[in-house]
Design a protein around this ligand. Structure first.
Ligand code: PLP
Length: 401
């Protein structure tokens, strides 16, 4: 009797699964593989799998088809090999640190990283015996001055949040190479459509798939890839051991979203450029920060690094204080006031009350973040719709509605 007959000595057992029906045709969309375990043919084939002589899955925390298919797609986008998908962007960063660093190593990081990355570097890594410090990654001289003899890693984001400063990636890559330190680039803000860090000297690239790549604000996932195969193995083992690996369903959802990533990003970038120029001429706007504008302090560097693309992230400052900020948010039509980015639609965030609330007003001012400072993650809506909504919000701030 075959084990797939769903019977046990003539008595059916619901505990036994039936065979997957044979089909001469195959599904076009990727199936979801929720199985935690994979049954091997024999002890010999299992040995062969563990030794790498046979391909195959064993246990979902160690890998499954949905994660591997998604990783292969992001690898292609990043021009990387052997990347892994993790349960979140922070899980990717955790697995990377845990797999690569040893106690006593120093990590030099950009001073305007994603909030939780700053917290991990500022609090968690020192508690575990790693040294960390921060410097302005748009200024290679400041980074160079912060290098220590035990600096093993430099971690940056190419465009900072929310002030959209552009890192001197080329200078920092040279600095890292000269010092024998690894360069890690979190590419979430820039995305691989605009920037491929490994082509600019990065040893390790990170993405929060949660944001643009998945693109629909319905799944939390991350990605990490290393240029060196030994580091790849170390990061993979850290992810499996510390349990930062992803769920099949989440990977499947992200794969579904990523099919349209390049189209979404292209449209959102074009709209961001239009909105930046339009907003710059509006009453009640103190300044617009967009790397694609000639008045951005790093406009030329952005042009050279990103090949003429400037992204979908746009920041601007309105005149006034908290009352004006509330009025703007409450009158901005259908734009969700939500601290995220990369959604299919626009999202508006206010660093002083969200991502940068832990800083004092002086601390924020030092970074150039006033009470009236907003960040807009531009989506794929028609630009006229978004501009109408922003104009309505500005009119409300001016007391005109
Ligand atoms: C959101 C984000 C992360 C963290 O990703 P999660 O998927 O939310 O864990 C890391 N870096 C940057 C730049 C981000 O925007």
């Amino acid at each position: 009797m075959s084990k797939s007959d769903n019977k046990d000595n003539g008595k059916p057992s619901l505990a036994r699964r039936g065979a997957i029906p044979a089909s001469a045709s195959r599904p076009v969309a990727t199936p979801i593989f929720p199985s935690v375990v994979y049954a091997a043919e024999s002890a010999d084939t299992l040995d062969a799998q563990y030794e790498g002589a046979l391909e195959g899955y064993t246990y979902a925390r160690e890998g499954h088809p949905n994660a591997d298919m998604l990783a292969a797609t992001v690898d292609q986008l990043e021009g990387a090999e052997g990347g892994i998908v993790t349960a979140s962007g922070m899980a990717a960063i955790s697995a990377m640190f845990l797999g690569v660093l040893k106690a006593g190593d120093h990590v030099l990081a950009g001073d305007q990283l994603y909030g939780r990355s700053l917290r991990m570097l500022g609090q968690d890594l020192p508690r575990l015996g790693f040294e960390t410090s921060f410097a302005d990654s748009s200024d290679v001289a400041a980074m160079k001055a912060a290098i220590r003899p035990n600096t093993a890693m430099i971690m940056i984001e190419a465009v900072s949040n929310p002030t959209l400063r552009v890192a001197d990636v080329t200078g920092i890559a040279e600095l890292a190479a000269a010092h024998g330190a690894l360069l890690v680039v979190d590419n979430t803000f820039t995305t691989p459509a605009m920037f491929r860090p490994m082509e600019h000297g990065a040893d390790i690239v990170i993405n929060s798939i949660t944001k643009f790549l998945a693109g629909h604000s319905d799944v939390t996932l991350g990605y990490v890839a290393a240029r060196d195969p030994g580091l790849r193995t170390a990061i993979y083992d850290a992810a499996v051991t510390w349990g930062t690996t992803p769920s099949p369903f989440d990977c499947w959802l992200a794969e579904r979203g990523i099919h349209t990533f390049d189209l979404r990003f292209e449209k959102a970038q074009a709209t961001a450029a239009t909105l930046a120029d339009a907003l710059a001429g509006r009453d009640g706007i103190r300044q617009v920060i967009y790397p694609g504008r000639a008045d951005h302090p790093h406009h030329n560097r952005a042009g050279a690094l990103f090949g003429g693309q400037f992204g979908n992230m746009l920041s601007f400052e309105i005149e006034g204080g908290r009352d004006e900020v509330n009025s703007f948010v409450m009158n901005a039509g259908g734009i969700p006031f939500a601290p995220t980015l990369g959604d299919v639609g626009c999202t508006l965030s206010h660093p002083a009350s969200s991502s940068h609330r832990a800083l004092s007003a002086e601390g924020r001012a030092a970074l150039g973040i006033s009470e009236g400072y907003f960040r807009l993650s531009v989506g794929i809506e028609p630009p006229e719709l978004v501009l109408d909504e922003l104009d309505a919000a500005l009119a409300a701030v001016r007391g005109e509605s």
